[in-house]
Design a protein around this ligand. Structure first.
Ligand code: ADP
Length: 335
């Protein structure tokens, strides 16, 4: 749906070219929720804004659904932008217009529907985002979560194929964040909409994204399916984000369990393996005893996963290791 071919972006500041995006190749498949994560200044907004050409790129080619965005003229760009909705951290609603009028605005600008058709479409959209009762309110009378729902309804008004989300939940409290992410996931499923979202929180990626790219200093340093990147991060930046999301504090990182006897393993399992009664079976069959030193069982989008740090004593350690390895489990020997 979206392809970057050697795309780069410099900003010209006081006569100097400041690089914001290094030459980048990227593919985002249709119907995917694709997350871009990085610290402030990593180049996420720049990359996102290149997709709908809110920023022109300095070089390379961008293809969206077969259209070469980088080659469009002004009229072509106007039509193309109707296929790409966008929502923002601070919602960008017009304070002087009601909820219904905010959602109607892109339809009025497009000029393709009659007043009655616009009314009909707006009421469908408001129903979809759960705001029918608030149609005649003004943005100032809404909560943050409700404002973002208006933003989503407005972004969907022209039936886009792609939705770009620029830190869409960063101004919301954790509970509202979860609700807005759920709404995005539902819309993605129902409309087969491709969603690209940028965030600095791994938890947002974990909850809704299928794939993730990690950005650092204007470059994508790691990317893959979220389960893979989250459970087996490679780049130091990715590892930092995962640790933040897992709320692993420094003492836990530093503690190498020096006072615990035996061998130490970390097991990572996902999907059906999460429910397999593996520990007891391996203990019985190999005679090892185990104690659980640290552990976490949660979900990455719809996939259950677990990560357990174990101390093993007694029995046949090599046989236990082989049995864990043969199951659907990723094993790391920590000591
Ligand atoms: P992020 O979204 O990850 O915080 P940005 O894409 O906003 O990162 O910024 C990437 C880099 O480009 C930063 O160094 C930032 O200062 C710079 N930058 C962003 N927008 C502009 C601009 N309009 N003019 C000049 N420099 C900019």
């Amino acid at each position: 749906m979206i392809e970057f071919q050697n795309v780069y972006k410099n900003y010209r500041v006081a006569g100097l070219d400041i690089p914001a995006l290094q030459p980048t190749n990227l593919r985002i498949e249709p119907g995917q929720i694709f997350g871009l994560i990085g610290h402030s200044g990593a180049g996420k907004s720049t990359l996102l804004r290149l997709i709908n050409r809110l920023e022109p790129c300095s070089g390379g080619r961008i293809l969206v659904d077969g259209i070469e965005v980088t080659a469009l003229d002004a009229a072509g760009l106007l039509g193309f932008r109707r296929q790409v909705g966008m929502i923002f951290q601070h919602f960008n609603l017009l304070a002087s217009k009601t909820v219904a009028d905010n959602v109607a605005l892109p339809l009025k600008l497009a000029g393709e529907l009659s007043g009655k058709q616009i009314q009909q479409r707006v009421s469908e959209l408001l129903e979809r985002v759960g705001l029918s009762e608030h149609a005649q309110r003004y943005p100032a009378q809404l909560s943050g979560g409700q404002k973002q729902r208006v933003g989503i309804a407005r972004a969907l008004a022209t039936k886009p194929k792609i939705l770009l989300c620029d830190e869409a939940t960063s101004a919301l409290d954790p509970q509202t964040t979860v609700q807005v992410l759920q709404l995005l996931a539902e819309i993605n499923r129902e409309l087969n909409l491709t969603i690209v979202l940028i965030t600095h929180e791994m938890d947002v990626i974990r909850r809704v994204c299928d794939r993730v790219a990690v950005m650092d200093a204007g470059a994508i340093v790691e990317q893959g399916p979220v389960t893979e990147v989250f459970l087996h991060p490679q780049h130091p930046t990715t590892k930092g984000f995962v640790q933040d999301a897992e709320q692993i504090d420094e003492s836990e990182q530093r503690d190498d369990f020096a006072h615990v006897p035996g061998r130490i393993l970390r097991l990572t399992f996902q999907g059906q393996a999460t429910y397999a009664p593996l520990l007891g079976r391996v203990a019985r069959e190999t005679g090892v005893d185990y104690s659980i030193l640290a552990g976490r069982i949660d979900h990455i989008k719809d996939t259950p996963y677990g990560q357990l740090t174990l101390a093993l004593t007694g029995g046949d350690f090599a046989a236990a290791l082989a049995r864990f390895d043969a199951g659907d489990v990723h094993v790391e020997v920590l000591r």
